[in-house]
Write a protein that binds this ligand. Structure first.
Ligand code: DON
Length: 589
């Protein structure tokens, strides 16, 4: 099966293959051996999916495409200050081999022209450490094309001239010939487009090689390397390149072009014929076409992300899964609006966090507790993290308390707040706070039959009869009290501890409601016949009073008024629950 992007890349490839302009480089004699028809393309995504077309297995020397990676290695090994002291980051507008320097600082203009690249190489550590560093980018050890290395060494007098000048300025502190040999070796590393695309994807993937998972360079240095590629990677064509294609890129005289779309992919093209700037003609054409076709220009603004707040509601409209007795329920209806829940989604970046910050600020006069639910947030980038910090500071200076749900570690580190795994747990915690405040016990540890809500109105005699007709049963935590499909012949009153009603969804079970002391469960199926439609299990060690429907009916024969009262109570409790659920459905729709 051909993937959609494969078809698109093939179409661009076929189109670009029709271009026959350009000349194979000849100033390094060995490069002339290249077949002008070689044409290979590889694209590697940050999740390591690979697309390869044409002569993607054809080896070639990396040449100047080594420069951004050598620069990355120098930044890693020597630190930014030492590197910037010697090599600028200013586009020169000159060809790659220009003998030009910034005469104020005596620095080469940038690390992408030969002067800057030779100086970069002079800053690198021993051969083994450099080879290992290149291998981390490529995901394998790179070999040397000895013929090309020797050929460049034999013909590299212009680079020698550049190096001697730099030594004369006091910028190059190492021996000219030693440094040049290291530079020629670096340029003669043998790669194919798959290697280069992987190296580019490593930059796209914030410095982590997507194939090996190994970090090749720090994130901060990736930004520096990509910046230099954007402004200087294509030499005296760099401005036009950024203007029209808009991807950080680097070309090499062997005919390679590497382009990077940060966060997305590395793209390598190999086709030896070069234009007058020393850039592969087909390489440029391929990049231009893919950028146009998919609007990949780095500076085209991403779609604005204003849907960060998926839903917002008050704690009066949506409740935790903890079942509440009537008086508690009334109190929560009254006080719940002081709780505000924001369900967040997508990527937390500067723009989306700014939208969130306004939503939060608008609630500060009203809300006492703000619950931020991060379970649907996929990523928080640095800019988003900085704004989250500012939101945290705003909340700290307000009277509102922040509560987190499903916060990823990086968020929990920024926002100092109580944290829960589910929004129901967060709501339950807040509801308990509100109930305590209104002097209603959030949950009795243990109740008597007289406290059971559906027995409201039963006198002591009748309670005694009921007690005699049923049984108290202890359950261990996790014990299944009844399961889906069980015959329903009794109703249960929770006396101590709590039970969860769980619904099967595929293979897993989801908690629907939690009942504590005073609540009744299992009444529907028991009173209206049939089998159980949910599983109920002990959430904690618990005690339930179990009353068989037959026994209740027996009792009702003597005391019909009381039976009616119980049925009325059950009806009232159920109606209440349905009303609450309807409101939640409307709120959450
Ligand atoms: O220094 C040189 O001349 C070569 N080793 C590399 C030059 C290069 O690839 C220029 N890029 N277009």
């Amino acid at each position: 099966m051909q993937l959609p992007l494969e078809a698109e890349l093939n179409a661009i490839f076929d189109h670009v293959a029709g271009i026959h302009q350009g000349e194979v480089a000849d100033y390094i004699p060995a490069l002339q051996a290249a077949d002008p028809d070689w044409f290979g393309v590889s694209l590697v995504t940050v999740d390591n999916h690979r697309y390869d077309i044409g002569d993607f297995k054809q080896g070639f020397t990396i040449q100047s495409v080594s420069k951004p990676f050598a620069y990355a290695i120098a930044l890693e090994q020597r630190g930014i200050d030492a590197v910037l002291q010697r090599i600028g980051v200013e586009p020169s507008g000159d060809p790659f081999n220009a003998i030009e320097f910034d005469m104020n600082t005596r620095r080469p203009y940038n690390p992408m022209v030969n002067a800057g690249a030779i100086l970069t190489t002079s800053l690198l550590g021993d051969t083994d450490s450099v080879a290992a560093a290149f291998a981390r980018f490529a995901g394998r050890a790179l070999e040397l094309d000895e013929v090309v290395r020797r050929s460049e060494s034999d013909s590299g007098d212009r680079n020698r001239a550049i190096a001697y000048l730099m030594r004369n300025f006091g910028m190059l502190e190492t021996e000219v010939e030693t440094t040049l040999q290291a530079y020629f070796r670096q340029c003669a590393l043998l790669v194919d487009t798959r290697d280069l695309a992987t190296m580019g994807a490593t930059l796209a993937n914030r410095g982590v090689n997507p194939m090996t998972g190994e970090r090749a360079v720090s994130e901060a240095n990736v930004v520096r390397v990509l910046s230099a590629m954007s402004t200087c990677g294509m030499y005296d064509y760099a401005g036009e390149w950024l203007y029209s294609v808009g991807l950080p890129a680097k070309s090499g005289v062997s005919g390679a072009v590497l382009a990077v779309l940060p966060g997305q992919f590395g793209l390598a093209i190999f086709s030896p014929p070069l234009d007058g700037h020393g850039n592969s003609v087909r390489g440029l054409a391929f990049c231009r076409e893919i950028s146009d076709r998919f609007s990949l220009h780095l500076l085209s603004p991403p779609a604005s992300d204003t849907s960060v707040v998926r839903r917002a509601y008050g704690g009066d409209a949506v409740r935790s899964k903890r079942h509440r007795l009537a008086a508690q329920d009334d109190a929560l209806k009254r006080l719940g609006s002081t709780t505000k829940v924001f369900e967040l989604q997508g990527q937390l970046r500067f723009g989306s966090c700014e939208v969130l910050s306004r939503a939060v600020a608008a609630e500060l006069d009203r809300a006492e507790v703000l619950i931020l639910d991060f379970r649907r947030v996929n990523t928080v980038d640095r800019s988003g993290a900085s704004l989250l910090r500012a939101i945290g500071a705003l909340l700290e200076s307000s009277r509102a308390e922040l509560v987190l749900v499903g916060a990823p570690p990086e968020v929990a580190e920024i926002l100092d707040a109580v944290s829960f795994e589910s929004h129901s747990d967060a709501l339950e915690w807040r509801e308990n706070q509100l109930l305590e405040r209104s002097s209603l016990e959030p949950g009795m540890a243990r109740c008597a039959l007289a406290d059971v809500e559906v027995l409201d109105g039963a006198d002591a005699d009748f309670l005694a009869l009921i007690e005699a007709a049923g049984t108290y049963t202890d359950y261990q935590k996790g014990a299944v009290i009844f399961d889906v499909g069980d015959h329903a012949d009794r109703i249960y009153f929770v006396i101590a501890g709590s039970v969860d009603v769980v619904l099967a969804m595929g293979e897993s079970f989801h908690r629907a409601t939690t009942f504590g002391p005073g609540a009744t469960f299992g009444e529907m199926a028991a009173l209206y016949g049939g089998t159980r439609t949910a599983r109920v299990r002990a959430a904690t060690p618990c005690v339930c009073f179990e009353l068989e429907v037959a026994a209740l009916n027996e009792l009702s024969r003597d005391r019909p008024g009381i039976a009616l009262q119980i049925h009325t109570n059950i009806g009232r409790v159920l109606a209440h629950r349905v009303a609450q659920l309807s409101e939640e459905v409307l709120t959450l729709k």
